[in-house]
Design a protein around this ligand. Structure first.
Ligand SMILES: *Cc1c(COP(=O)(O)O)cnc(C)c1O
Length: 376
């Protein structure tokens, strides 16, 4: 079934009306390259939202921000980088761009994110059998905060830097601190399906002015600040366009409202499934976690029940998707070390992501409820 045939889509953003205002202004001022007011205001607004004295750099995608973070950490050929197995492949691809090796770690069952216990096992095993991992990538999958305090504690214990892939977690907090600000580097995505979009785009969070200057330079073909073309290393063309930043700028202005809206949608789903013991809507386990609820994920007691449910939603033109297929089960990563339990595979076989886009209307909800009530 093709995407456009769905009556209700999985993750369609909602526009505010100000996107075209900011982009038009960029055209009027002839600021159509990768500098200008939109980029400046967008970066400043992100810095204000996340706090912690972080500096934000606007880039072309979350993937390029992850790639740049790994370059900044000096990840090289044959280095190992620890990452979750239950994630979107964009977390892993930049490791491969650098000819480094992913080492996969499975999830804990409360948030679905990297299991701190298994993480420590993996670190000890790799130190013992090969060499110390060069970096850890922690992911806040679907906007649900990982147990990032425990992950950072272990990372510090072994002196390994952390990149936080908070691509889907703009507006998510752990212990009242914004996701993406715990690690050495943090990443957000402004892809078309995220809680705030630029039509595409990403942010890299760094700690110092020096890091910001260096990251921007590498994202700009690693050109030295001299009056001829002198390059200090292999570079990239990764900076965000000021046109795209106009869209992202308008979207982050309403982030708070969006997060509130997603929380309401989550509680609406919770209510919908409250009398169904075979379906568990993944939610916070305690109030240290404050997710943006970008996506709503349900787990079924049985795979067959999930498949029937999924087919019925699709037949009724309601888009839904299976959760990530664990990376250690992907053919392209079959030779990578993996530290697994049953959690990621179990979520893949029993899970389903439900429509959660900011553009869902009250009518859509009534329709979804009708279809689901018939099923349960
Ligand atoms: C969306 C997403 C990305 C990729 O971001 P892009 O902007 O699409 O490159 C990376 N990691 C996770 C966990 C994501 O959800």
């Amino acid at each position: 079934m093709k995407y456009h045939q769905f009556q209700i889509k999985l993750s369609q953003p909602a526009l505010t009306g100000k996107e075209s205002y900011y982009t038009t202004k960029a055209f009027e001022k002839n600021e159509v390259s990768n500098y200008g007011e939109n980029i400046r205001c967008f970066e400043q607004h992100i810095e204000k939202i996340v706090g912690q004295n972080k500096m934000a750099i606007a880039l072309q995608s979350g993937t390029s921000a992850l790639h740049l973070a790994m370059i900044m950490l000096g990840v090289q050929k044959d280095d190992e980088v620890i990452c979750p197995t239950f994630t979107f492949i964009a977390t892993i691809n930049p490791i491969c761009y650098l000819h480094a090796q992913p080492v996969f770690v499975d999830s804990e069952p409360e948030t679905g994110n990297m299991c701190p216990k298994l993480l420590e096992e993996a670190i000890l095993h790799r130190i013992h059998h090969y060499k110390k991992p060069k970096a850890i990538v922690a992911v806040h999958s679907y906007g649900m905060p990982a147990k990032i305090d425990e992950i950072i504690y272990i990372a510090k214990k072994y002196d390994i830097p952390v990149i936080e892939d908070a691509a889907p977690a703009l507006g998510s907090y752990f212990k009242n601190q914004h996701c993406g600000t715990f690690g050495n580097f943090g990443v957000f995505s402004f892809n078309g399906n995220k809680i705030a979009t630029g039509s595409g785009g990403g942010i890299l969070l760094v700690n110092t002015k020096e890091e910001k200057q260096k990251a921007i330079a590498i994202a700009n073909q690693a050109k030295k600040n001299v009056d001829y073309y002198e390059h200090f290393q292999v570079g990239y063309n990764y900076r965000m366009s000021n046109i795209v930043a106009g869209v992202a700028r308008a979207q982050v202005e309403v982030l708070e409202t969006r997060v509130k809206w997603h929380n309401q949608l989550h509680h609406w789903y919770k209510n919908l499934f409250s009398n169904t013991s075979q379906i568990e809507l993944k939610s916070v386990v305690n109030d240290l976690f404050n997710p943006n609820y970008w996506q709503n994920l349900i787990l079924f007691s049985e795979e067959k029940f999930r498949d029937d449910f999924k087919n019925e939603l699709l037949n009724n033109k309601i888009e839904c998707k299976l959760p990530w297929k664990p990376m250690h089960t992907q053919a392209i990563f079959k030779n990578c070390p993996a530290f697994v339990n049953e959690v990621s595979t179990s979520w893949f076989t029993r899970g389903l992501c439900l429509p959660s886009g900011s553009s869902i209307t009250e009518n859509d909800k009534t329709y979804i409820a009708q279809v689901i009530h018939k099923l349960i």
